[in-house]
Design a protein around this ligand. Structure first.
Ligand code: ADP
Ligand code: MG
Length: 401
């Protein structure tokens, strides 16, 4: 038997998962634990639409992984089932995730996506925004109907393009003769509402619903149920679930993080050809997830940030881990900019970038007073040694060094 066959076979016969998809974040569980109150509230708010009656706009907020998307999609699915059952066709449920790049970069794109979801067509670019609105109105106003428009991660869209589009969408109802548009805005940011235009706030926030973080015990319930269909019997060591739950609870009660931990732990255990997922694998999973997240940040930073980080990494190597001053960083930064033909920012801007890295935990850079000579920072790289190499690779590639 070839080596590859051996590897493959060990996965086929010793696999620990029964159905790994159950642990992925787009899987829709039938049962939503510890969210009865919220699910019922959403259902009550949407229910009048079944009789063709007006419903309120709804604003939902809560930290990531608190079950917002899941709960709204769940109720949406149930409404569609009910509509079928009573042979009603006058409600449309449209779900848009504003975080997707292709969706929320511009107002045009959001509208185009909504139009496409409603079965209309629209060129990818090129029309004036007014014209897109007109087409939207024409499309929905053809018949008497209620559009329930879910704008998930609406905070992302507001961050990029402001809140004007929400205002326009809520105002459209006065132009519509037959149809009615209702918005469910979902936000991971708890402070979004405070920063909206008061008119947007009052129309979007006709109803508000908070999703608070899960505690460790609630996370255990959620994990246990998913683990039962995801893993083969007896594969999880006693305590594995409570360990995942405890880690995720520490990180603001994020169910997504808890599920990721369990899934990655299972994958690592399989890779080791272990017969069980033991507590050690949860720790390994935690480290891997944190590492991947950090690398994602580094990869996604703008060019200038990458050059600054690269300078710090190079100095770190040169100084063998001793503290680096802001001045040293700036000099190296300038050299690299020249070499890579990038614009050179002011020292002030580079300092700002350094302090952002500090906040992200990529470096430690306390400000040190130097008396009359002002202040500087003593910079130390804080990347775990396991990701240093990989981070360097990413930067080499991004900066074409
Ligand atoms: P949010 O939209 O608040 O960020 P999600 O609804 O996407 O969170 O939930 C994150 C993950 O956790 C998803 O995989 C979801 O299926 C799962 N999840 C969240 N809450 C529950 C719950 N109460 N029961 C089962 N799974 C849950
Ligand atoms: Mg969500």
């Amino acid at each position: 038997m070839s080596k590859i066959d051996k590897i493959f076979n060990s996965f086929v016969s010793h696999g620990l998962f029964k159905d790994k998809r159950v642990l992925q974040s787009n899987y829709l569980p039938e049962n939503i634990a510890h969210r009865d109150e919220q699910v019922e509230a959403v259902a009550s708010i949407l229910a009048p639409s079944l009789r063709g009656e007006k419903i309120s706009n709804l604003f939902i907020y809560g930290k990531t992984g608190t079950g917002k998307t899941l709960s709204v999609q769940h109720v949406g699915g149930k409404i569609l089932e009910k509509l079928k059952e009573i042979e009603q066709e006058s409600v449309q449920f449209v779900y848009i995730n504003c975080k997707l790049k292709k969706v929320a970069d511009t107002e045009y794109r959001i509208l185009a996506e909504i139009i496409r979801e409603l079965g209309g067509t629209i060129p990818a670019t090129g029309l004036p925004t007014d014209e897109v609105y007109t087409r939207f109105v024409d499309l929905v106003d053809k018949k008497k109907q209620i559009i329930i428009l879910v704008l998930d991660e609406i905070d992302q869209a507001v961050k990029k393009i402001g809140d004007g589009f929400i205002y326009t969408l809520t105002r459209l109802n006065s132009e519509l003769k037959n149809a009615q548009i209702n918005i469910i805005g979902i936000s991971n940011s708890l402070t979004l509402m405070d920063n909206l235009d008061p008119r947007v706030r009052s129309s979007l926030g006709e109803e508000e619903l908070v999703f608070s973080p899960y505690n460790a015990l609630q996370l255990q319930d959620i994990l246990r149920e998913r683990a039962e269909s995801a893993f083969k019997d007896g594969v999880l060591e006693e305590g594995a679930i409570s360990k995942c739950a405890a880690y995720a609870a520490r990180e603001h009660g994020d169910a997504r993080r808890a599920l990721d931990l369990l899934r990655v732990a299972g994958e690592l255990a399989e890779r080791e050809q272990s017969e069980r997922v033991v507590l050690k694998h949860i720790d390994m999973a935690k480290e891997k997830i944190e590492r991947d997240k950090m690398l994602d940040i580094i990869e996604g930073e703008p060019r200038q940030f990458q050059i600054v980080l690269f300078s710090i990494m190079r100095l770190n190597e040169k100084n063998k881990g001793a503290e680096i001053s802001t001045g040293e960083v700036y000099n190296t930064y300038k050299e690299i900019c020249e070499k890579t033909k990038n614009e050179i920012l002011t020292q002030r801007r580079v300092s700002d970038i350094v302090s952002e890295f500090d906040m992200l935990g990529i470096i430690n850079a306390p400000v040190i007073s130097k008396g009359r000579q002002g202040r500087t920072r003593e910079i130390k790289l804080a990347l775990p040694s396991t990701i240093g190499e990989k981070a360097k690779e990413i930067l080499d590639k991004a900066l074409c060094l």
